[in-house]
Design a protein. Structure first.
Length: 181
C-alpha cells in the first residue's frame, strides 16, 4: 500500500498564495509566477511519529519527526514539479517555544552551496499534479536538518522550490506539534 495511504491524520495545513504582488519573508522578496500562484505547499506529520489521536490538538509526536511535503494545484491546468534535491528545494523553519532553531552546521553549509551552484543527480524525476488535486512530493526528516528535538512546543513552516532556479512558494501554513518523551 503506498505510503500516502498510510496517513492517519488528514491534517494538511496549506497556505494561500497571493495572486498578485510579491511575497516577503526572511528569505527575501521573491517575484510571483503564474505557476507559483496556483501551487500550495502543505506539511503533514507521518503516522509513526504521531503519538496523539488523529485530530487531537496539539499533535504529540516522538523526537524523530518526519514530515510529508504535499503540493496542491489550485488551477485548471496540470502542473509539473521536478524533484531535484531536498536540500535545494526545501527551506524549513522550525521554532521551539517561539525561538527559531538553526540548521545543523553541515546542512547550513550544504543549503548555501546548493543555492550558489545547484547540482542534481536526477533531472528527469517529475511529479505531475492534475488540476485541483494534491500530490505527495517527498519526506523531510527534521533530524537530518536539526539537532535532536527536545521536549517542547514546535511550529514548522516550509518553502519549496518547484524547479531549477525557480522561485520559492509562499510559506506553508504552520504545522504545530508537541515533542514528548
Amino acid at each position: 500500500m503506498p505510503l500516502l495511504n498510510h496517513v492517519i491524520s488528514v491534517i494538511v495545513l496549506l497556505s494561500t498564495i497571493s495572486m498578485f504582488g510579491r511575497q516577503e519573508s526572511v528569505f527575501g522578496t521573491l517575484p510571483q509566477t503564474p505557476e507559483q500562484n496556483l501551487t500550495v505547499i502543505g506539511l503533514q506529520i507521518y503516522p509513526p511519529d504521531l503519538l496523539s489521536k488523529p485530530g487531537e490538538k496539539p499533535l504529540h509526536v516522538g523526537s524523530k519527526v518526519r514530515i510529508k511535503v504535499i503540493v496542491r494545484n489550485d488551477s485548471d491546468q496540470r502542473v509539473m514539479v521536478r524533484f531535484l534535491d531536498p536540500y535545494y528545494q526545501n527551506r524549513p523553519r522550525l521554532f521551539r517555544n517561539g525561538q527559531l532553531l538553526t540548521y545543523r552546521k553541515k546542512v547550513a553549509e550544504l543549503t548555501g552551496s546548493k543555492d550558489e551552484s545547484p547540482e542534481f543527480s536526477n533531472l528527469k524525476n517529475v511529479v505531475s499534479v492534475a488540476p485541483y488535486s494534491s500530490a505527495y512530493l517527498e519526506e523531510v526528516d527534521l533530524n537530518d536538518w536539526y539537532e535532536p528535538l527536545q521536549p517542547g512546543s514546535y511550529r514548522l513552516i516550509n518553502r519549496y522550490r518547484l524547479d531549477i532556479d525557480g522561485p520559492w512558494t509562499a510559506d506553508s501554513e504552520p504545522l504545530l506539534f508537541e515533542v514528548s518523551r
